[in-house]
Design a protein around this ligand. Structure first.
Ligand code: HEC
Length: 611
């Protein structure tokens, strides 16, 4: 090459537009410190790589990674999104005409009085137990359960929202914001409603007002909005935002009692705190009582009474704020006898620590006033920032307390914590701790997660203890990457309601060589007389005998399905919501790609011999 040519080339290169941003490098600089570090509650990069680009964009621009996304220019964001995400499919086609019901079942006037699984816990006490009238099957029928139909829940790696049944209709929501009303027996579509925002919360079905003529489905979204949607038409009745904090979200199903709708408010501000310039933290958990007909607030009670204020400054001059946290991740439990709501809270996000984090609180249902609080882990301050700003174990309560009657006529609240410890509390003695039993190791995704179940004898608690491990990966610069650990987690326990003694335990199954597998049992547990159901991150849903914990039914949901709505769908890991059993059908979601498990997007309905 002559000198002249080289010089011209040099000039040409210099005047050419800047090379496209390298997404991989940008990811390494801005995202790897969390996503490639094996930190609990941070999805590993391999999980992000299963997500659609549009989902990642939404995450970075208006979702949980908004703080992280704001640190990039828009062309840098594009580069990271293109590097990370799966190209979007053409806009999801509308369901074919065959997916819709030919005739829509009429709504009966007394819709909310039928024996059906109409909310998160199946009943006011959050027992997740279906009696014979509700379940419509017995434990002797369980081994005969076969797939009746499958319904594709739309694109995306994870399904979270638990289904409910009301007046013979099935309601289900997905992570892209669609709410469907289906015929509960055939799965044909009656109507759809588009919330336009990710729906992570579960649903509740019930009467709009006391005359019971109109019924509605209520749920929340990832921006802390609550919706009331007419159950017979899919028309929006009202929508209200319960908290304007940018990190606030609703994960729990609301509950309906005594003409009031009670909604728990949570947040992911712990994640925002991972940004070095974030002034951590200002969100406080709360429960809000609403008028179900109008969405008007009757009362709102914060789990921390003191509003956040500036506290110390960090070494780099960033203002810290507090107190904060004590989010409410799970549904309230309603005590008809004393008109009390019981709620369970998460950790504090910043100092000072408060006396109501990692606690069970009792609230007067009429006024929202706190009657008592029992804290089980004091001083648990946790966020994704430097250890000095927190360092706590992150032992939230992710599940609601279950109100049970004991053989001696007393009552108890039983609940499992992310610490791996299950508790029995006395609701009639200011929440005094009656017993505590360790079942798991505990951790940020560990211990007991979304929900336990109880019958008249036992509490049934499944252990998550989901973990990540470093696995060899020659394609990575470091030669390894973080992935879900196939050897840690899982187990189901039956505990005596009165003493917390272990009646039996069922060890988790081995993952064998299944990829993206963990034995963790994070999903909520459900029960009928004689059988308890527990979904696993290994993709199986198993039923255990309540007598001795033996597996009496086992279905592997991790496969492709032909669906009644003609959508392409597959099952995967199970997490979050649990199965419900209502009028002879067991319904369950399958698919959880968020923590590195197997992605999936299907709703399954099982019945005796699939009939
Ligand atoms: C401070 C730690 C941290 C950093 C830095 C970080 N993330 Fe995250 N990210 C998290 C956590 C924690 C979650 C899980 C949030 C949740 O629970 O919803 C998450 C979730 C996500 C999700 C999935 C969201 C969902 O809920 O489905 C995506 C996509 C994502 N991050 C992308 C990124 C990208 C791209 C970057 C860099 C620009 C980044 N993250 C930087 C901690 C971090």
């Amino acid at each position: 090459m002559t000198f002249l040519l080289r010089a011209t080339l040099f000039l040409l290169l210099c005047s050419a537009p800047a090379p496209a941003q390298d997404g991989a490098t940008l990811f390494k600089t801005n995202c790897s410190s969390c996503h490639d570090a094996g930190i609990a509650r941070v999805p590993p990069t391999s999980a992000l790589k299963t997500m659609f680009r549009s989902t990642i964009r939404q995450t970075l621009e208006s979702g949980p990674m908004k703080t992280q996304g704001a640190a990039l220019t828009s062309s840098e964001r594009d580069a990271v999104i293109n590097y990370l995400g799966v190209p979007d499919k053409a806009a999801a086609a509308a369901p074919p005409p065959t997916a819709f019901c030919k005739v829509q079942k009429p709504f009966s006037a007394s819709a909310s009085n039928r024996a059906e699984w109409q909310g998160w816990g199946g009943d006011a006490s959050n027992s997740r137990f279906a009696d014979a009238a509700t379940a419509g099957i017995t434990s002797a029928d369980v081994p005969k359960l076969k797939l009746k139909w499958a319904f594709g829940l739309g694109e995306g790696p994870t399904v979270r929202s638990q289904v409910v049944v009301g007046a013979g209709h099935l309601f289900v929501a997905n992570m892209t914001g669609q709410l469907y009303s289906l015929d509960a027996s055939s799965g044909c579509i009656e109507w759809t409603f588009d919330a336009g925002k990710r729906i992570q919360s579960s649903l509740v079905f019930g009467a709009v007002d006391r005359d019971g003529k109109q019924s509605a489905v209520y749920f929340g979204d990832a921006a802390a909005n609550v919706y009331g949607v007419d159950a017979s038409t899919g028309k929006l009745l009202w929508k209200v935002q319960l908290d304007t904090h940018p990190a606030a979200r609703i994960t729990a199903a609301p509950i309906l009692h005594g003409g009031m709708l009670f909604v728990s408010v949570s947040s992911i501000e712990e994640v925002s705190a991972g940004s070095p310039t974030y002034e951590c933290c200002t969100f406080r958990g709360s429960v809000v009582a609403l008028n179900p007909a109008t969405g008007k607030t009757i009362w709102q009670t914060y789990t921390i009474s003191e509003p956040p204020h500036p506290t110390a400054k960090s070494d780099t001059g960033i203002q810290k704020r507090g107190p904060s946290g004590a989010a409410v991740w799970s549904s309230p439990t309603f005590d008809e006898k004393t008109n009390t709501l019981y709620i369970a809270t998460g950790d504090n996000y910043s100092f000072p620590a408060t006396s109501t984090s990692d606690s069970v609180l009792a609230l007067d249902a009429k006024t929202g006033n706190i009657r008592w609080a029992t804290q089980v882990t004091p001083g648990d301050v946790y966020n994704l920032g430097p250890k000095a700003n927190g360092g706590g174990p992150d032992f939230d309560f992710g599940q609601p307390p279950i109100l049970v009657s004991l053989p001696n006529g007393h009552r108890a609240l039983v609940i499992g914590q992310k610490s791996g410890v299950a508790f029995g509390l006395d609701p009639d003695a200011q929440g005094k701790i009656l017993w505590q039993t360790r079942l798991g190791k505990g951790g940020a995704l560990g211990g007991m997660e979304w929900g336990s179940a109880a019958d008249r004898q036992n509490m049934y608690a499944a252990v998550s203890d989901l973990s990540t491990a470093s696995v060899p990966d020659p394609s990575s610069r470091t030669g390894s990457r973080y992935a879900i650990d196939p050897n840690i987690g899982g187990g189901l326990y039956a505990l005596d309601l009165a003493t917390g003694e272990k009646r039996w335990s069922a060890l988790p199954a081995s993952c064998g060589d299944r990829p993206k597998c963990s034995p963790a049992q994070s999903a909520a547990v459900s029960a009928i007389a004689g059988a308890v159901f527990s979904g696993s991150e290994d993709g199986h849903l198993r039923a255990y005998s309540t007598t001795d914990g033996k597996v009496i039914w086992d279905v592997d949901t991790e496969r492709d399905y032909e669906t009644v709505n003609g959508a392409k769908a597959n099952g995967g890991s199970m997490n979050g919501a649990g199965p419900i059993v209502s009028h002879g059908i067991l319904y369950v979601n399958s698919g959880d790609g968020l923590w590195g498990g197997a992605p999936g997007n299907v709703l399954l309905a099982f019945s005796i011999d699939g009939k």
